[in-house]
Design a protein around this ligand. Sequence first.
Ligand SMILES: Cc1ncc(COP(=O)(O)O)c(C=O)c1O
Length: 404
Amino acid sequence: MSRSSDKSGPRGEYFLDMQKALKAAGIATPTLVVDRNRLNANIDQLMQDLPDGMGYRIVAKSLPSLDLIGHVRARSGTDRLMTFNLPMLLALSQAMPEANQLIGKPLPAQAAKNYFEQMPVEQVDAARNIQWLVDTPQRLQEYAAIADAAGVDMAVNIELDVGLHRGGMEPGDALTGMLDQLRKSNRLSFAGFMGYEPHLSALPTALGWRDRAKNGAWDIYGAALQSAHGIFDEPTMQAVTRNAAGSPTYRLYKNTDIANEISVGSALVKPMDFDTELLSAFQPASFIATPVIKALDQTRMPGLEFADGARKMLDGNLEKTIFIYGGHWLAHPVDPPGLSYNSTFGRSSNQEMLNGGSEIAVAPDDFVFLRPTQSEAVFLQFGDIAVYDNGAIVDRWPVFPASA
Ligand SMILES: Cc1ncc(COP(=O)(O)O)c(C=O)c1O
């Protein structure tokens, strides 16, 4: 049996600088760090990728902090947000009443009702800037009843199933019936369509699979637009939102024939799940930094010590053991290079064990850096985001409360 080779190596300059900045800022608990320079480069990359006339909508759930969203708004110059739950909708309505919010998943009618009850009266104008996402004729009836009972107007965006099969409407009589109902309603209006298609990025380009699915998605979207053109006049159709895409797929849109805006959040902080070919120009801009609690020169398995020597002989990545402050996050260690979880020891949210090869050189109170696999849940687990810029922690950005 051959020995697995030692994957450890010297620490990266980038992370050594970030470690220095964290220590200088007196930080000594697990912390979510956003690199503002890299974030800015990612925002600029996104904006420069957009074809003429394509609008940009910020996916709020993937950048879950008012300050982070505010920063992205200022740099990208957009006033469009995509919002996914009631607490975030209320918070954004109050903090950014002028921003247009498209709800990213259809909310239960009761949640919509709660929104109108919970919004302070003086801020109820923000409600005019919401596009309520509706996926079925049934939900449209429910929303119509809320609008009538509360005496409020509601702009409705219809979710299309363009091939993801996560629900939504397909072109046909039922969709035409909904559009017709919207045209006739005094309280509801037609705000547009939303057709999300992240499945396209997972399909192989070989054999034309991705192109075939992409053309299929756009045919469906085009047919829905045709139906709407049959019901609404030209000025209404010129003004409606035609939303599509997400981080994995926005680069497939080279003109505004189908979509007139794309939604992107995750790519701007680039968690690991977004390490795709289409997003290769984006840089990882978010990290979990956590202190080393213990650094040991050997790896010992409780109750299995008799096999420690043999295990180490077979695996060059079991030379060193460290225990970090916290753990068990949706994340993977990236610095020092060569660290990995220990499946025999198991995961821990309190003091997680990481193992590595002979070159791992960290001491207690140094930092280990991990990259989140996604942002929406992970960003909410560490309190205020530490904003890193050119060698210093320059700001702290509070995050939304963890709620769905
Ligand atoms: C409707 C919708 N649009 C767009 C996105 C894209 O978000 P991100 O850019 O963070 O992947 C999502 C993510 O879940 C979504 O549900």
